[in-house]
Design a protein around this ligand. Structure first.
Ligand code: FDA
Length: 303
């Protein structure tokens, strides 16, 4: 089966877009903001908070970046209008980081300003290593003027040990995740490229430092073993439940997220929506080859 799944993952480029769309309904709220609002309302009613992500990565023009910033303004308005328990996640590359850093910063500041007016919060996603240093510097600049911003850090990167120091000193809000991009081993902690479990000790180390300093941390993982170890740590260190939350992607490991909620933990769901569903869906499929297996099976089943 493993072999089948791996072969299936390699076959992704050949899977018809309509089929990827069918699979993606699980991972993406829909193409429109209305779809996202509806999904967040359902999650909120079950006790989950959410973070809304407008799908789209690296843009190549100021117009595209402005359009993305404009969409986030609409998201903030919708959160307010519908009293959603939701914040936003933003990708600097989609706001023009690799086109014009100063303009990207202006857009991020505008979004934070608008979010702040509604007492809302934005987390800056961490992207691939071309962006790491720029995103950390961008974060430091905007965080100096806006308290309502957090940053994601990737436990698979060696440099996170240094990067986290600044955030801990300032007790910034963080999200710790394993890291999703395919990077050269030179940037990564030992064995991280071929063994996701090899990242776990580093993940625990970073979360544990957040607990010790009292910086709020979003624990973004679906790894059940890692979550068990972190819950043991929470209990051992008597960490207050208001100082952290678990975070998971929409549609991934739903029984685990339900279990965490039932245990009384705060759980936030990352809810992507938008027209750019294809890239996001194929990344989710590649990340979990067993899904690719299901995709191949779905090709031979009816809607
Ligand atoms: P790991 O990859 O070891 O997976 C553990 C288990 O979880 C798998 O064995 C499987 O059972 C299950 N699983 C994982 N992914 C699945 C999937 N797609 N479908 C079904 N099951 C799956 N990355 C990044 O680089 N920058 C960022 O800013 C963010 N932001 C972010 C926010 C949130 C809320 C989450 C949950 C994740 C991110 N990520 C991210 C992605 C993250 O870095 C990572 O790639 C994924 O969460 C998968 O890693 P896990 O920690 O789940 O462990």
């Amino acid at each position: 089966m493993r072999m089948f799944n791996t072969v299936a993952a390699l076959a992704i480029p050949f899977i018809p877009r309509a089929l990827v769309r069918k699979i993606s309904r699980r991972y993406i709220a829909g193409a429109s903001l209305d779809d996202a609002i509806e999904r967040v309302q359902i999650l909120n009613a079950s006790g989950f908070s959410a973070t809304l992500d407008v799908l789209g990565e690296t843009v190549s023009s100021a117009d595209e970046a402005d359009a993305m910033a404009g969409e986030y303004m609409k998201v903030l308005d919708a959160i307010q209008a519908h009293s959603l328990n939701a914040e936003i996640s933003i990708k600097p590359s989609a706001l023009g980081l690799l086109v014009d850093e100063a303009e990207c910063e202006r857009r991020v500041r505008d979004i934070l300003e608008a979010a702040g007016a509604d007492k809302n919060f934005a987390c800056i996603d961490m992207e691939d290593v071309r962006c790491t240093q720029r995103e950390i510097e961008l974060f430091a600049r905007v965080e100096a003027d806006h308290a309502n911003v957090g940053l994601a850090l990737q436990a698979y990167l060696k440099r996170t040990y240094e990067d986290i120091e600044y955030l801990l000193r300032k007790k910034c809000t963080m999200r710790i995740c394993k890291g999703i991009y395919v990077e050269d081993q030179v940037h990564l902690v030992e064995r991280a490229r071929n063994d996701r479990a090899a990242i776990n000790a580093h993940f625990i180390n970073h979360v544990s430092r957040c607990f010790k300093t009292g910086a709020f941390v979003g624990i973004a993982t679906h790894d059940a073993g890692l979550i068990d170890e972190l819950i043991s740590l929470v209990r051992r260190e008597c960490v207050d439940r208001t100082k952290f939350e678990f975070q998971m992607l929409l549609g991934v490991c739903e029984p685990l997220r339900d279990k965490l909620l039932a245990m009384g933990f705060n759980v936030r769901i990352y809810v992507p929506y938008g027209k750019d569903w294809y890239g996001y869906s194929t990344r989710r499929i590649k990340e979990n080859p067993s899904i690719a297996g299901h995709v191949i099976k779905a090709m031979f089943t009816r809607e």
